[in-house]
Ligand binder design. Structure first.
Ligand SMILES: Cc1cc2nc3c(=O)[nH]c(=O)nc-3n(C[C@H](O)[C@H](O)[C@H](O)COP(=O)(O)OP(=O)(O)OC[C@H]3O[C@@H](n4cnc5c(N)ncnc54)[C@H](O)[C@@H]3O)c2cc1C
Length: 262
């Protein structure tokens, strides 16, 4: 009993210390952003990506593979630190300076167990975006969803989508089996088998059934799309943090020609 109380006490001490760390790393992040915004960087780019989150980071790094093109990433959030890559810390980033802290309006038909019938919608405000605070579980999108999206396209083949999934999994992101398990997955799998559900080797093809999950991890560390950006040391890719884009200006043909940033 005493042992358990000590563990709970230590847990709360660690969580409090982490809270202090988050506050100070936010201040440090402001200083780094201030320094970066006073660096000399080119004024004109071939591509400007707004948001260095899950999608934006991958798009920017792919575009920058063409060394003849220059790419600018404008990210409202700040730099991440190694400590934030401890997988269980993701939950503590919610409602911190690294979260946009969105809340829904009070719901008429949902969230009745929550304060003001309003639900929190966490979203990462940091390089890497929500991949810095999500649960890291990985699965491919379902084939039937893609079939629905492209039903009017004659040349559509799911194998084209699969090609890009495999490219992403091979070259850009780290998809791994989760190695630390309690006995719970085995119990759930045997219960599902007992009830006659299919047991799958993995959840990659989104078939209906039960399997152990795969996660986006690199040697036990949270892997985020910001890692892809940070690996790229080429001068044609510039990342500006602490840049909140207020407006994207479009021409009549929907071509973007400018952004308002502060
Ligand atoms: C708690 C939680 C757990 C989740 N768990 C999983 C999971 O296990 N598996 C899974 O597949 N998905 C999970 N998701 C969902 C997944 O993380 C998101 O769908 C995905 O990260 C969204 O990617 P995105 O590129 O659209 O946006 P984001 O990754 O959020 O990127 C948007 C980026 O744009 C920046 N930005 C926004 N507005 C501006 C602006 N005006 N100017 C400049 N920058 C701006 C933001 O700061 C952010 O960095 C989870 C989500 C949450 C909230």
């Amino acid at each position: 009993m005493l042992g358990r109380a000590v563990v709970v006490f230590l847990y709360f001490v660690l969580v409090s210390l982490f809270g202090v760390f988050l506050r100070w790393s936010d201040v440090l992040g402001d200083l780094i952003c201030f320094y970066c915004s006073h660096q000399q960087v080119p004024k004109i780019y071939d591509y400007v990506i707004v948001g260095g989150g899950s999608a934006g980071s991958i798009i920017a790094s792919r575009l920058a593979e063409d060394r003849s093109k220059s790419v600018l990433v404008l990210e409202a959030g700040k730099y991440d630190s190694d400590l934030l890559h401890i997988p269980s810390m993701g939950l503590l980033l919610q409602n911190s300076p690294y979260d946009w802290k969105y809340k829904t309006v009070p719901q008429e038909r949902a969230c009745h167990g929550l304060v003001n019938s309003s639900s929190v919608w966490p979203m990462g405000k940091i390089l890497g975006g929500t991949s810095m605070l999500n649960n890291m579980l990985y699965t491919r999108g379902h084939k039937q969803d893609f079939d629905g999206w492209f039903e009017k396209h004659e040349n559509y083949k799911y194998s084209d989508i699969l090609y890009y999934y495999e490219k992403l999994e091979k070259h850009s992101i780290f998809v791994r089996d989760i190695i630390f398990h309690t006995v719970l997955p085995e119990i759930i799998l045997s219960a599902a088998e007992h009830l006659g559900y299919p047991i799958l080797d993995d959840n990659m093809d989104c078939e209906v059934g039960y399997s152990k999950p795969k996660a986006v991890l690199d040697e036990g560390k949270r892997w985020t799309t910001a890692d892809v950006l940070k690996q790229n040391k080429d001068e044609n890719l510039v990342i500006q943090l602490g840049c909140m884009v207020e407006k994207v200006l479009f021409r009549d043909n929907y071509e973007a020609y400018g952004r308002l940033v502060w």
